[in-house]
Design a binder for this molecule. Structure first.
Ligand SMILES: Nc1ncnc2c1ncn2[C@@H]1O[C@H](COP(=O)(O)OP(=O)(O)O)[C@@H](O)[C@H]1O
Ligand SMILES: O=C(O)C1=C[C@@H](OP(=O)(O)O)[C@@H](O)[C@H](O)C1
Ligand SMILES: [Mg+2]
Length: 165
């Protein structure tokens, strides 16, 4: 959360002339509700079920940049689908920067309960090995302008596959 997946993903899609899809937005559109409501009414498991179905569908598309929610790696089938069907970029970000970037946002239910720093620390401990297990590319985003992050992604992408852009 706050790594910049939604922001960087959109800008990157422009550079690549690809479509941009944010799985959280698709989940909201399909359910007709926002993420806090889904967590409230269906619990985190309900949200993860919706997320897994959407990820299975969206990872079958071509020529697009897909931004996921940060918890996508918690389900093994999501990791398999992302890894086998796409090229995965891990935006690695310090907790300090995550806190700064998410401070004003009330749309992340996991940060609304308890101490956000402690929550982020626990989640990073659980998830960092999982992000690393599926990432083709790892980019540090701390104190880097989104444009610099995108340039670094493009540079590393070129080493992986020929690009249309
Ligand atoms: N590299 C960056 N430098 C500064 N601010 C950023 C950067 N990446 C994202 N942000 C800002 O941080 C906030 C959270 O970004 P967002 O793209 O929603 O993250 P995510 O989708 O990973 O949770 C947004 O306000 C965005 O403008
Ligand atoms: O880390 C998480 O478990 C979540 C991250 C959110 O997306 P962002 O990573 O885009 O904030 C969103 O999917 C939901 O609130 C759960
Ligand atoms: Mg996002």
């Amino acid at each position: 959360m706050g790594a910049g997946k939604s922001t960087i993903g959109r800008l990157l899609s422009h550079e690549l002339h690809y479509d941009f899809i944010d799985s959280d937005k698709v989940i909201e559109e399909r359910s007709g509700a926002n993420i806090p409501w889904i967590f409230d009414v269906e619990g985190e498991q309900g949200f993860r079920d919706r997320e897994a179905a959407v990820i299975d569908e969206l990872t079958q598309l071509s020529d697009c940049v897909l931004a996921t929610g940060g918890g996508v790696v918690m389900r093994p089938e999501n990791r398999t689908n992302l890894q086998s069907r796409g090229l995965v970029v891990y935006l690695q970000t310090s907790i300090e920067q995550q806190l700064e970037r998410t401070a004003k946002d009330r749309n992340r239910p996991l940060l609304q309960t308890g101490n956000p720093e402690a929550v982020l620390r626990r989640l990073l401990q659980q998830r960092d090995p999982l992000y690393k297990s599926c990432a083709d590319i790892i980019i540090r985003t701390d104190r880097r302008h989104p444009r610099a992050v995108i340039q670094e992604i493009l540079r590393q992408l070129k080493q992986h596959q020929p690009l249309n852009a």
